[in-house]
Write a protein that binds this ligand. Structure first.
Ligand code: MF3
Ligand code: CO
Ligand code: CO
Length: 280
C-alpha cells in the first residue's frame, strides 16, 4: 500500500500494536506527570527538564532531541504559538495562558507521540476555553472517522466541518503522520478534506491525528529560530494529538491518559497537586 506521494504505508500486526501501545501510554503518562507543574510562573524550560527526566526514568529516549536539530524533549506552545515552541528557562507561563505540550518518546525502538492543551491558572477567557474545547472535539471527530472503509478525506472532513461550523480555522501547513519505528512516516494526514477522498483506511495502519485550530485565520508563519510557528493574525491556536491504530472495526487510541485526563481543566487528586507544589 502506498500513499498519494508514492511512499509505502507500513501495516502493523498485533505484536507491533502492543509495542506501540506501550510507547503511546508512556508518552501520555509523561503528559499526566507534568500536569500539576503547569502553573503560573513556571518556565517552559523547567517543564521540559521534568519531561526529559520522566522519559529517561522510564527507559525511553526523547524523540525530538536532535530531530532535524531540534534542541528539546518537548514542544511547548502557548497562546498564539501554533506548534514547535522551543522550551526555555526565560519563557514563563502566566495566569490565563492556554498552552499545548507535545511529547514523543522512543521506547524499545517504537515511537509514541501525543499532545494536550493545559490551562495556566484559573482565569481562562471564554474564547480560549471554547477554542480548546472545540479543538478537542475536532480531534475526537477525526478519530471517530478513523475506521476501515473510510478514507483519509473522511477524517479531514470530520475535523474541518466541525471547526468551520464554529467559525474557527484549521491549520493546513502541518498535519498528522504515520508513525511506528519511524517518527514521521507515510501517510500524511490532512486535518481538512472531502468525504471519500484519499487513501482508504485498512487495519494495521498507525498514524497521529493532531489538528491545530486557530480562533482567527488559518495562516501561520515560522519565526527566525526556524521552529516556532505562530498565527499570522496573532489569534489563539490550540492543538490536541492522539496516536491511533486502525483495527477491524474502528481504531485503538494508543495515547489515552493512564490518569484519565482528557481536556482541561484537569481535576487532579490532592496528592498529585501537593507533589506538584513540592517539585516545581
Ligand atoms: N511531536 C511533533 C509531532 O506531533 C513533532 C515535533 S518535531 C520537533 O509531530 F522537532 F519539533 F520536536
Ligand atoms: Co505527531
Ligand atoms: Co506530537
Amino acid at each position: 500500500m502506498v500513499d498519494r506521494a508514492g511512499r509505502r504505508v507500513p501495516l502493523h500486526g498485533p505484536e507491533e500494536f502492543e509495542a506501540l501501545h506501550k510507547a503511546g501510554r508512556l508518552a501520555a503518562a509523561t503528559l499526566d506527570h507534568i500536569t500539576p507543574h503547569v502553573r503560573p510562573g513556571v518556565s517552559t524550560g523547567h517543564l521540559d527538564k521534568l519531561i526529559e527526566a520522566y522519559m529517561r526514568d522510564h527507559g525511553a529516549i526523547p524523540a525530538t532531541i536532535g530531530y532535524n536539530g531540534y534542541p528539546a524533549a518537548s514542544c511547548i506552545s502557548p497562546n498564539h504559538v501554533v506548534n514547535h515552541g522551543i522550551p526555555s528557562d526565560d519563557k514563563r507561563l502566566a495566569e490565563g495562558d492556554i498552552v499545548n505540550i507535545d511529547v514523543t518518546v522512543i521506547l524499545d525502538g517504537w515511537y509514541g507521540d501525543t499532545s494536550r492543551m493545559y490551562f495556566v491558572g484559573e482565569k481562562i477567557g471564554v474564547k480560549a476555553r471554547n477554542l480548546v474545547d472545540l479543538t478537542y472535539r475536532a480531534m475526537m471527530a477525526g478519530i471517530a472517522a478513523a475506521k476501515p472503509g473510510n478514507t483519509l478525506g473522511d477524517i479531514g472532513f470530520a475535523i474541518q466541518s466541525l471547526v468551520e461550523a464554529n467559525r474557527c480555522s484549521v491549520v493546513r501547513d502541518f498535519g498528522g503522520h504515520g508513525i511506528g519505528r519511524v517518527f514521521h512516516d507515510a501517510p500524511h494526514i490532512d486535518h481538512f478534506g472531502k468525504r471519500g477522498q484519499g487513501l482508504k483506511l485498512v487495519p494495521g495502519m498507525v498514524f497521529t491525528i493532531e489538528p491545530m485550530v486557530n480562533a482567527g485565520k488559518a495562516d501561520v508563519k515560522i519565526l527566525s529560530d526556524g521552529w516556532t510557528t505562530v498565527t499570522r493574525d496573532r489569534s489563539l491556536s490550540a492543538q490536541f494529538e492522539h496516536q491511533v491504530g486502525i483495527t477491524e472495526d474502528g481504531c485503538e487510541i494508543f495515547t489515552l491518559s493512564p490518569a484519565g485526563l482528557t481536556q482541561p481543566p484537569y481535576a487532579l487528586p490532592q496528592e498529585a497537586l501537593a507533589q506538584g507544589e513540592a517539585l516545581s
